[in-house]
Design a protein around this ligand. Structure first.
Ligand SMILES: C[S@@+](CC[C@H](N)C(=O)[O-])C[C@H]1O[C@@H](n2cnc3c(N)ncnc32)[C@H](O)[C@@H]1O
Length: 861
């Protein structure tokens, strides 16, 4: 893999410096030093240790005068009797070093970490809330734009995650108090109780015993999705507020790819890297493991590139005594510092006062090159677009131009046409042309790229064709005429018509009697006749020669079209191709594509959910609209275990390759994507049209599916990601399905996936199941989709001696891998000898979405 090309500078890293005990005032001069040191920004606590002592003093005197809380007559301790809490007086000048000045825009304010908004003791929780709100209000007053807010404390003796809701409530209040501030909730990737230690001066240990629950010897274990759960609750409480973001702390040992992938889908706008995350290379300089490098590379490809905060990596030169070399040395332990021999060799001229920063800046240079689709999609990542309606809306030239940039699609079409022509000739199939030429029609020709490919394919296969191009867009038709003149040598007969009203190619009984090179209207009226000598084969005159046998309509041998949308049939390819079905050679006729199928999988997509919610304010149909979107910050909820990280086994190894070697971005687990339905052409089963009907019956294009997706790790389902696969001809296929696209049509850029949102996200439990029911509907005038999602939990019911009954699938299509794997896991666990019992499961529906329908924005036929 190559690094960034010169015309693709890659993501710029914005790197900040965080010192957990920085307690000096930040001046514009200090910011200058920060920039001189090559940092972009700096964190600053909002309040001082003086404020901290003041609050602790207040609390201790309040507690000493307080009677211990008692239960009131309804049995609650947190009621009005015990609710006379302490009020923290406003900040005074000694409580904060912050002053509004030119430096303010370059700093990230940090709220106090010694508070405990989650405390089970209402006094501590309320005091913490007041501290937070005082800090936020003062930060807002000073014009701070970014706040780093330490995440919730999840463990309080025997209580786990009980107080997160208080934290969430306080954050919601804070968001209203600082209307221009972006709040970054500082979270670990996983919930590791061992890392949640109280330090001196923290309020958490001051919670009164009456409110705590004894832990009864229970030792909490690491919960891989524990901090994500807390975040989910916090952002839900604030209704996915766009200013509520994540500051993600990278641990020394990265968790599994499933956890990494989850965070990648969340709005991580700050990545914090502590000095302890760094390893040492052979020269003793700080470097990150390959796994860390790969995760950073992945995160840096997000639409909003996260900032990096280097935490406690030593002082900034020029401030905090750092220009003094001795002072800097003292930050490094003996083993961290280069050896004497290295020191002697490098001498002072190689001395780097900010080695962690230099390393990360170097990492920036080594970011992997973007794939063609990433380069093509810059600015489009996670951006919701209404699907095209090329049937009812005439596309602009620029839209065609974008299609035509695809390096794969046209190449694959050419291959498919060449193969089809060769097979036609090899199999000696009769053609529909009296001269034996294969009649080939490109329907929906646009500006003509497939026409060019058809001509090339004919040459390549050595098979003569009579080429027709049908296009309903009158503007694109002008270009088709021009191309026919200038590049195709007048070899193509152009028809400006909706393909559904085209009567088919017309050929005479003798050579040169078909209207080659002409431009025909819907009723085959002549739109344009090339002048003599102007690529004119002379057909126009011969065409009207009364002595020649009259031209008659005939069939098309090979129909080539590209009418596919992101979900295969959503731009009405089936309906359009039905319109020319009868024109296709009834015995040997071929359609390229021969078939196509729609595929889907459930996803967690918080950014898309938030964007759809925001659009709902002005458009009530927004959450029932399928969107075309270059999916990026999403997490596949149902995955297969096939993908192994490119970094497997190298979690903790320093990258020993040269510091100029490019990094590879982490690959996340592959999704479990299932086909919903398919269409094939020509369709020999279209029911005959009753003569009395004014509209064409379309019920044969209705589809329905019910698919079951096992979900291993809990998460929130925000919607469905949709893809397509198509067989052009034989083994020539195109795919946007992330599981097969690499094998079938890598680097194809013409289509982004489709996203079917859910109005309300559904939470899925660990080892749960998502069941999707979807329809393609029609009323003979338009086509729309309906979708509904159910969530099931698997509940162990009993141990029984008999063979367990298969869990009910509520009509879902296939046996659920999650049920099966859980059964196997459970039934394999060792039982006392002689016991042959097996565990039974019940599927319990724990959530269900509305039945969504895009009927209002249906695709007009
Ligand atoms: C996705 S574009 C493909 C254009 C071109 N074949 C290409 O591959 O670049 C689909 C084209 O089909 C045309 N089209 C869609 N429905 C049509 C219909 N019923 N009859 C004729 N043209 C149609 C549209 O105007 C558009 O030019």
């Amino acid at each position: 893999m190559e690094g960034y090309a010169s015309d693709d500078p890659g993501p710029a890293f914005c790197i900040g410096h965080h010192e957990h005990n920085r307690f000096t005032a930040v001046t514009p001069q200090m910011i200058m030093k920060v920039h001189e040191a090559n940092y972009d920004m700096l964190t600053v606590p909002i309040t001082t240790p003086h404020f901290h002592s003041r609050v602790l003093g207040l609390l201790s005197s309040f507690l000493s005068n307080l009677h211990s809380p008692s239960y009131d007559n309804v049995g609650t301790m947190a009621s009005s009797q015990n609710g006379h809490f302490l009020t923290v007086p406003p900040l005074s000048k000694l409580d904060s070093h912050l002053t509004p000045n030119d430096a303010t825009s370059q700093i990230v304010g940090v709220t106090s970490s010694w508070i405990d908004l989650c405390s089970p003791d209402p006094l501590i929780a309320d005091l913490s809330r007041q501290v937070l709100l005082l800090e936020v209000a003062y930060a807002a007053f000073c014009g701070i734009g970014y706040l780093l807010v330490p995440g919730p404390k999840l463990h309080h003796g025997g209580l786990h995650s009980e107080g997160v809701v208080y934290y969430a409530r306080a954050i919601q209040e804070a968001l209203n108090l600082g209307p221009y501030i972006q709040f970054h909730i500082w979270l670990r990737m996983t919930d590791n109780p061992d890392l949640e230690v109280d330090t001196m001066g923290d309020l958490a240990p001051l919670a009164r015993e009456e409110y705590l629950q004894p832990d009864e010897g229970f030792t909490p274990k690491t919960d891989l999705f524990g901090t994500w759960d807390a975040w989910d609750l916090i952002r839900k409480t604030s209704k996915y507020h766009t200013r509520l973001l994540v500051a993600l702390s990278m641990p020394k040992q990265l968790p599994s790819l499933t956890v990494q992938s989850r965070w990648h889908s969340e709005p991580v706008h700050l990545l914090t890297i502590d000095a302890s995350c760094f390893l040492k290379n052979q020269k003793g300089y700080p470097v990150l493991s390959r796994a860390h490098q790969s995760l950073i590379a992945k995160m840096m490809r997000l639409r909003t590139v996260p900032w990096i905060l280097l935490c406690d990596v030593g002082p900034i030169p020029g401030i905090e005594d750092a220009d003094d070399v001795e002072g800097n040395k003292s930050q490094l332990s003996g083993s961290e510092y280069p050896s004497l021999a290295q020191g002697a060799g490098s001498a002072k001229k190689h001395y780097d006062p900010t080695p962690h920063l230099s390393y990360v800046r170097n990492l920036q240079q080594r970011q992997p090159a973007r794939t063609p689709i990433e380069r093509f999609g810059v600015g489009y990542q996670d951006y919701l677009q209404a699907p095209l309606q090329p049937l009812t809306v005439n596309l602009e030239s620029i839209t065609y131009e974008v299609f035509e940039k695809d390096p794969i699609k046209y190449e694959w079409y050419e291959r498919a046409i060449t193969k089809a022509l060769k097979d036609w000739a090899d199999q000696k199939k009769p053609t529909s042309h009296p001269d034996g030429k294969v009649i080939l029609a490109v329907v929906g020709a646009g500006r003509g790229p497939l026409v060019t490919r058809a001509l090339k394919a004919s040459e390549e296969a050595g098979v003569e064709i009579d080429l027709w191009a049908v296009e309903k867009n009158q503007n694109a038709f002008v270009l088709l005429q021009r191309h026919n003149d200038t590049t195709w040598g007048g070899k193509v007969t152009l028809v400006q018509s909706d393909m559904r009203s085209w009567k088919g190619p017309r050929v005479g009984q003798q050579a040169n009697q078909d209207p080659v090179g002409e431009s025909l209207g819907i009723e085959d009226s002549l739109l344009y006749t090339p002048k003599k000598g102007e690529n004119d084969p002379g057909s126009a005159t011969k065409f009207s020669n009364p002595t020649a046998a009259p031209a008659s309509y005939t069939h098309v041998d090979i129909v080539v079209s590209e009418l596919l949308g992101s979900f295969a049939d959503n731009e009405l390819s089936p309906e359009c191709l039905d319109g020319i079905n009868d024109l296709i050679n009834p015995v040997h006729g071929i359609s390229i594509p021969a078939s196509y199928s729609a595929h889907l999988t459930p996803v967690s997509a918080p950014k898309l959910h938030s964007d759809v919610m925001n659009q709902t304010v002005s458009n009530l149909a927004a959450p029932e609209t399928p969107y075309v979107v270059m999916l990026h910050a999403i997490d596949f909820l149902s995955t297969t275990e096939t993908t192994i990280s490119c970094d497997a086994g190298s979690q903790n190894t320093a990258n020993r390759s040269s510091s100029s070697a490019p990094v590879t971005a982490t690959e996340f687990p592959k999704p479990f994507v299932q086909p919903a339905w398919s269409f094939s052409h020509p369709n020999r089963n279209i029911p005959p049209q009753p003569p009395s009907r004014s509209t064409i019956p379309n019920s044969h294009n209705v589809r329905q599916t019910r698919l079951s997706f096992p979900v291993q790790n809990r998460g929130a389902c925000h919607g469905l990601a949709g893809y397509f696969e198509t067989v052009l001809y034989g083994d020539v296929e195109l795919s946007t399905n992330p599981v097969t696209m690499e094998e079938k049509s890598a680097s194809m850029i013409s289509w982004f996936p489709i996203y079917f949102p859910l109005k309300t996200p559904l939470n899925v439990p660990d080892n749960g199941e998502v069941v999707v029911t979807m329809y393609r509907q029609t009323d003979d005038r338009k086509v729309w989709y309906e979708w509904m999602v159910e969530v099931f939990a698997l509940e162990r019911t009993s141990e029984c001696a008999t063979k367990p009954a298969a869990p009910s699938m509520s009509g879902a299509r296939s046996g659920s891998p999650s049920v099966e794997s859980l059964k196997i896991k459970d039934n394999q666990t060792k039982k006392p000898s002689g016991v042959t019992s097996k565990t039974e499961y019940r599927r319990v529906r724990v959530g269900m979405s509305d039945l969504h329908s895009s009927i209002k924005d249906g695709c007009l036929m």
